[in-house]
Write a protein that binds this ligand. Structure first.
Ligand SMILES: *Cc1c(COP(=O)(O)O)cnc(C)c1O
Length: 356
């Protein structure tokens, strides 16, 4: 039976990935020298295509690392001397604050209860904070922070860096990068690729900050410090031997998405999100976990299904549809359903028929 993965990550692969994998084998991508001309060509092309798809400013740099969790650590070690601030809406934001603490920083946190309405305007950020870390879409709770609110925060604190985890919202989320200093995502969520690669988008201001720390003779990391990544990126390379196959596949999928047009991808995502939330809003017993509609994630929706998670997941699995369990303590009470570009509305509607 052909299975369809509505899991929040790894998730359903983008429909063209099998074709591109065959192309990768045919073109010897699996043996490619990562210091050679062919790789440099690929690095240049994928950066150009990503910038076009996501509307990233020309003077921002694009780095390739191994995971989003790695990005959380790199951002702190390379761009923060003493104090970081963390807006926490779920487990991923909490993990990020934890890493900052383990790296010896003073970590301030603002924890949002996902089931209550919160106004980001109320946040007061201490003077000594150098960087504000935000999980734009926390996949553990399905809590979405509207990007406009983050823009407002940057306008209020223009001299603090903003770092954003957009792992499970890219490419759908529309961002104005001029208000963001570091944005990162791993490719096994919205991009529909196998895991083992993450992309970090970095502003000139973030790189200036790391230069300041280096001048003070502070440690900003080693092989994957932002400085080292930046120097290598200028040479169209990575410090280590990277995941060349996945970088190749990413380029192929980004090109497919450019052909499809990002506006169409966003419209389709909205349509599917509407179908999904309508279904649960009209359900007798089950409800969206996030009550406030503007914080309901369009890309990773979480539903409260009153302890029936396992029963429902088993039923769906038998029909060939995989969905996510609740995160952590909510394993039994929640289900999580991904709505990425790889998911068709037809499959979504077919899947919903199996929800009792
Ligand atoms: C999945 C996920 C991560 C972790 O990604 P890795 O690639 O496993 O490091 C971080 N943040 C969010 C919001 C995620 O959904």
């Amino acid at each position: 039976m052909k299975r369809i993965f509505f899991t929040v990550g790894p998730s359903q692969i983008y429909p063209t990935v099998t074709k591109h994998l065959n192309l990768a084998i045919k073109q010897d991508v699996l043996s490619l020298n990562h210091r050679g001309q062919e790789f440099k060509g690929l690095f240049k092309e994928v950066t150009k295509n990503l910038k076009k798809l996501l509307n990233i400013p020309e003077n921002y740099q694009v780095f390739f690392v191994s995971s989003a969790l790695e990005c959380m650590e790199r951002v702190i070690s390379s761009c923060c001397q003493k104090a970081s601030f963390h807006i926490i809406t779920g487990a991923f934001g909490r993990a990020w604050a934890g890493y900052a603490k383990e790296l010896g920083k003073s970590t301030y946190t603002f924890a949002i209860n996902p089931t209550q309405q919160t106004d980001l305007d109320k946040i007061n950020i201490p003077e000594e904070t150098e960087i504000i870390c935000i999980t734009q879409n926390d996949t553990s709770t399905g809590y979405w922070i509207p990007p406009e609110e983050i823009t407002k925060l940057k306008q209020k604190y223009p001299y603090k860096l903003i770092a954003m985890d957009a792992v499970s919202s890219i490419p759908y989320v529309k961002l104005d990068y001029s208000f963001l200093d570091v944005v990162f995502f791993s490719v096994q969520k919205g991009m529909g690729l196998p895991p083992g690669l993450a992309v970090m988008i970095v502003s000139p201001q973030a790189l200036q900050k790391t230069e300041i720390l280096i001048k003070k003779r502070l440690i900003t990391g080693s092989y994957h410090s932002l400085k080292r990544l930046s120097e290598k990126a200028v040479q169209l390379q990575t410090p280590e031997t990277p995941n060349v196959l996945n970088i190749f596949l990413l380029n192929c999928v980004v090109k497919d998405m450019l052909k499809q047009k990002i506006t169409k991808i966003r419209q389709d995502t909205d349509k599917k999100a509407q179908a999904l939330y309508n279904f649960f809003n009209n359900h007798q017993k089950f409800k969206p976990f996030i009550p406030n509609t503007q914080n309901q994630s369009p890309t990773t929706a979480v539903f409260d299904i009153k302890g029936k998670s396992e029963t429902i997941r088993n039923k769906l699995t038998k029909a060939g549809f995989l969905i996510g369990a609740g995160y952590g303590d909510n394993k039994q009470n929640h289900i999580r359903i991904a709505n990425f570009p790889s998911h068709s509305i037809t499959d979504l509607k077919r899947m919903l028929k199996y929800i009792p």
